[in-house]
Design a protein around this ligand. Structure first.
Ligand code: SF4
Length: 462
């Protein structure tokens, strides 16, 4: 393991875990989410069956990605759209900048998309003089705060309404005590101008539909719809795993995503776009591009167990359920995808040496697996990652030695009974105290082992 990433993770975790104000905000927001999800799931007569079907279809797609992606490409290009395959973030950015150059684009409006976060879209295009403005309210807020999204569905979950009005007051001079309605009205007004002048709209894709060659975007504010239809060029950046086989599958995935993501029966805006504007149509972009991004997904696919993680529909439910996420917060992961799903895929998307430690940031309680709408066995995949870490020799040497010694002692009754509690306590403190942390009470050995007490009892009863 590389020390800098894991050390930063430890320091940040410790800081956030004991930040009471952070905890208050997250508990408040997740409690609201939990209430909504209970209501959202009530619409299902048989939710477990819906989850099994959704998992089955996605897993079939994941195992036949080559076929479905080609189907998507041929259908989409037959209607005038262009497909670009990008093996990594660098290639994706290079292609986007070429499109910007070709169409003289100097500013873009962007709807919420974690894939664009993954390739650091805003930062990269800015270097080439292209202004990128987030149009999802939560994303706009974190962009103005100079932060990264805290959560894959609710990017500004860690901020209270007071934090937001203060932030926008400092940036734009609005009343620092503005209500959420006033803040929303102000941002809407500001963004309308941006939509009018943008040279391109950038979006992700919740689903890519193979049989119709369409891009499906689900959202609640309408900014995605505007980003896709108002500017003359629309660029979609989508991970290769976003494929579903057929338009009819949306009947399964849309409600699952809405109910598990926000507790809604359906998201407010569900758009399906299948190419640029055709002759005679009065709106829509003149040019449309879909960038199919690999960026490490092939490495996830290559691992027979981990590939199940490619079924993820990014609903965020596993983050909200995770006791570790709720304690250390989204930014501590230092990666685009946080929480259980982030801990599973990030080591593959980046590398195990820098991000493998995330797989240990779990109590393995299994709550993530329980809430996942596509039945991804997340806690088992975290164990799979830990196994990979061992095979790659990336486990801390001191830890490995400690485990070997513990194994040897635990297997021998003679060694277990050796020395009194005092001796064991001093040895344990010497070797383990630094790993235990400052704030937890260090466990104490009793003066005698269970077997010694048992033997004594037997003797006294004879
Ligand atoms: S792993 Fe499952 S619960 Fe987590 S974001 Fe993906 S679909 Fe949702």
């Amino acid at each position: 393991m590389k020390a800098d990433f894991i050390d930063t993770f430890k320091v940040d975790s410790d800081k956030v875990a004991f930040d009471r104000e952070h905890r208050r905000k997250i508990n408040y927001n997740i409690a609201k989410y939990d209430e909504a999800v209970i209501r959202g799931k009530l619409t299902y007569v048989n939710l477990p069956l819906a989850k099994i079907r959704a998992a089955h279809i996605k897993y079939k797609v994941v195992n036949n990605l080559d076929k479905y992606l080609i189907d998507f490409e041929s259908k989409f290009t037959s209607r005038g759209g262009k497909v670009i395959w990008a093996k990594d973030a660098h290639e994706a950015i290079k292609e986007i900048l070429l499109i910007c150059k070709k169409h003289y684009i100097k500013s873009v409006v962007k709807s919420k998309s974690m894939t664009t976060e993954e390739i650091e879209f805003n930062e990269e295009v800015k270097k080439s003089g292209v202004e990128s403005i987030e149009t999802d309210l939560g994303e706009f807020i974190v962009q103005m705060a100079g932060q990264k999204p805290y959560h894959i569905v609710t990017p500004a979950m860690h901020l209270s309404k007071e934090d937001v009005s203060m932030l926008l007051s400092s940036k734009f001079g609005i009343n620092a005590e503005s209500t959420p309605e006033e803040v929303t009205a102000f941002v809407r007004e500001l963004l309308r101008e941006k939509f009018i002048h943008a040279g391109a709209g950038i979006s992700g894709a919740n689903f890519l539909i193979a049989d119709t060659g369409s891009v499906c975007v689900t959202e609640n504010e309408g900014n995605g719809l505007l980003s896709m239809s108002f500017p003359p060029v629309h660029i979609v950046i989508a991970g290769i795993e976003k494929i579903i086989p057929s338009l009819t599958d949306l009947g399964l995935y849309w409600p699952l995503l809405a109910s598990h993501g926000t507790g809604q029966t359906m998201s407010v805006y569900n758009s399906i776009v299948s190419g640029p504007r055709k002759d005679g149509e009065i709106d829509g972009p003149l040019d449309m591009y879909v960038i199919l991004l690999d960026n490490g997904r092939s490495r996830v696919l290559a691992d027979e167990k981990a590939r199940q993680a490619l079924s993820c529909i990014r609903c965020g439910a596993c983050l909200n359920a995770c006791p570790v996420y709720k304690t250390i917060g989204g930014h501590t992961y230092n990666s685009t995808y946080s929480g259980p799903i982030g801990s599973v895929i990030t080591p593959f998307l980046k590398d195990f040496a820098d991000f493998g430690h995330l797989s240990a940031a779990s109590s393995l309680c299994g709550k993530c697996t329980e809430v996942c709408p596509v039945n991804i066995p997340l806690h088992k995949l975290l164990l799979n990652n830990r196994n990979i870490m061992v095979k790659k020799g990336l486990i801390d040497k001191q830890w490995t030695r400690g485990i070997k010694i513990s194994k040897m002692i635990l297997k021998s009754r003679k060694l277990m009974n050796m020395g009194g509690g005092k001796f064991k306590n001093s040895m344990a403190r010497y070797f383990l105290k630094s790993m235990w942390g400052e704030r937890r009470k260090f466990p104490e050995f009793q003066p005698k082992t269970f077997s010694q007490i048992w033997e004594q009892e037997l003797k006294s009863n004879q």
